[in-house]
Structure formats: structure tokens, C-alpha cells
Design a protein around this ligand. Structure first.
Ligand code: IPD
Ligand code: CA
Length: 279
């Protein structure tokens, strides 16, 4: 039997390319910035237009499928993962980068069936790198197979994380303390490229050895989770348990040893869930 989801994946690559073109064109013009939940949670008309382009194109071909899209959720759509084939879409992952023309901006799409990720696409559209991964079939960048570094020693590793403004001073303190803990292991370095999906792809292709984050969303994680897993990486919850797409937190790494060490060192703070209202 052929692959039942291949047609979806092929369509996903095509629509993601179009989305990337739209983003590159928008970078040539003035960018009007709007705020969402806080002064550092930004959105632009391009985020909204790109999401509309992606969803309308997929709906036309696959009318029975479900969607969780960042901007649709911001506009009030539910963010509940069901067993139905579901497209989890971040039209621009790295909106702050986009606004500042900092060149790590991606379109990220993960596709789930029965809550399992079947494939993921991350298009780093300024670099023109198309990362693709189909469950059980490996991960690729522009068609070339990629794999994680395989690094086992955290002291030899490059670690990625993102630091955002946190309203709660205690949470802010914990986030900064976590940074200090990881830096003083010591590791070779910590970087924050600014797009969760690209961070996962950087681990997937061996340019970084780990990435941890608390407070992101399923649309930031779904595409990259497929890429890093298929590249031979390890993905787990920040506590060291199994990865949960709706949990808003993760560790990915080149090896189980590094992922488990980060889980051991990190102090967890509450971030809510994507599938619980108001969190
Ligand atoms: C954000 C980026 C960023 C991360 C934030 C995300 P967005 O996604 O992935 O790296 O630090 O937590 O919300 O808003 O640009 O799609
Ligand atoms: Ca986004």
C-alpha cells in the first residue's frame, strides 16, 4: 500500500514555498507591527495573510481535515488536538525576527493523525532551507539527508534556548537561573536564534546539540519535532518524561544523555497548556 499521507506532504511543501515567497516579498516593504498578548508578543498583517493562504489552499484539497493555526487561535479558534487529520500551522515562526529583518524566519507546519505527528515541514525562507521529515523516512534539508551531531557530552555542546519577557518576577528569575546553571556546567555556548522551529532544525542538522524551552506553543513545535526526531534526535518533556505536543515545553537534543542532563539541571516553571482555555 502506498503512503496515505504523501499527497498531503507534497501539497504542504508546495504551499509552504508560496508562503515563504510571500514573506520574502513582505520584507521588501514597510512592516506594520501590532501587539497581541503583551508588548513583546508581535503580529503583522503578513502573519495573518500567510496563515489564510495556507489554510485556504489546504482546505480546498482536504476539506475534512482540521486546523490549529497560530493566528486563527489568536482570533478565537479552538486549539484542541483530536484524532482527525490535523494541520498545525505557524505562518511565521520568528515574527520578532521578521519585524527586525533578523534572518531566521520560518513557516512551520506539522501534520498529525490520531494525535501522532506524521510529517513536518519547516521552511527557513530567508536562508531558503526547506526542512522536510516524514515519519519513519528520515529528515532532509533541500532534499539532502540530515542527522544530529550525536554529541553525548554536554560540556562539548552548543545549546539553544529562547529568553522572553516574563510578567511574573519569580518565573523571570527562574528562567535566568536556568541559563546560569546551563552556562556554568559549562557548555561551549548558548544561542537564541529566535525561531523555535529553526532551533529544532539546527539540532537536526548538527549545528547545535540541544534546545530547551518552556512557554512555546504546539504550532512552534509540531513541524520541527518531526524534523529533529527523523534526524535521529531525542525529544522529551522538560521534566524528562515523554514529549507532549500540547504541553508548551520541550527539550530536543543530539543524544539522550544531553537531553536527560538538561532535564535534571532545569527548574521547571508553570506555562499552562495549549488545549486548556486561558493558558
Ligand atoms: C516565537 C518564536 C520564539 C519563541 C517564542 C515563540 P512566533 O514564535 O518561536 O523563538 O521564543 O516563544 O512564540 O511568535 O514568532 O511564532
Ligand atoms: Ca508565529
Amino acid at each position: 500500500m502506498g503512503d496515505p499521507w504523501q499527497e498531503c506532504m507534497d501539497h504542504c511543501v508546495e504551499v509552504t514555498k508560496k508562503a515563504g515567497e510571500m514573506i520574502r516579498e513582505a520584507l521588501q516593504k514597510d512592516i506594520a507591527v501590532m501587539q497581541k498578548s503583551s508588548p513583546v508578543d508581535l503580529v503583522t498583517v503578513t502573519d495573518q495573510k500567510v496563515e489564510q493562504l495556507i489554510i485556504s489552499s489546504i482546505k480546498e484539497k482536504f476539506p475534512d481535515h482540521s486546523f490549529i493555526g497560530e493566528e486563527s487561535v489568536a482570533a478565537g479558534a479552538p486549539s484542541i488536538l483530536t484524532d482527525n487529520p490535523t494541520w498545525i500551522i505557524d505562518p511565521i515562526d520568528g515574527t520578532t525576527n521578521f519585524v527586525h529583518r533578523f534572518p531566521f524566519v520560518s513557516v512551520s507546519i506539522g501534520f498529525t493523525v490520531k494525535k501522532e505527528i506524521e510529517f513536518g515541514i519547516v521552511y527557513s525562507c530567508i536562508e531558503d532551507k526547506m526542512y522536510t521529515a516524514r515519519k519513519g523516512k528520515g529528515a532532509f534539508c533541500n532534499g539532502v539527508p540530515i542527522k544530529v551531531s550525536g554529541q553525548e557530552e554536554i560540556s562539548q555542546s552548543m545549546v539553544l534556548t529562547e529568553m522572553g519577557f516574563k510578567k511574573d518576577p519569580e518565573i523571570f528569575k527562574t528562567m535566568m537561573a536556568n541559563l546560569k546553571t546551563i552556562l556554568t556546567i559549562p557548555v561551549h555556548g548558548i544561542r537564541s536564534p529566535g525561531s523555535a522551529a529553526i532551533n529544532m532544525c539546527l539540532v537536526a542538522c548538527g549545528s547545535a546539540d540541544a534546545y530547551y524551552h518552556m512557554g512555546i506553543h504546539c504550532w512552534d513545535m509540531a513541524g520541527g519535532a518531526a524534523v529533529v526526531t527523523e534526524a535521529g534526535g531525542v525529544i522529551m518533556d522538560i521534566s524528562g518524561g515523554p514529549f507532549d505536543l500540547m504541553s508548551r515545553r520541550l527539550i530536543v537534543a543530539s543524544s539522550r544523555a544531553i537531553a536527560e542532563r538538561i532535564a535534571k539541571e532545569i527548574t521547571v516553571f508553570p506555562v499552562g497548556r495549549d488545549d486548556k482555555e486561558g493558558e
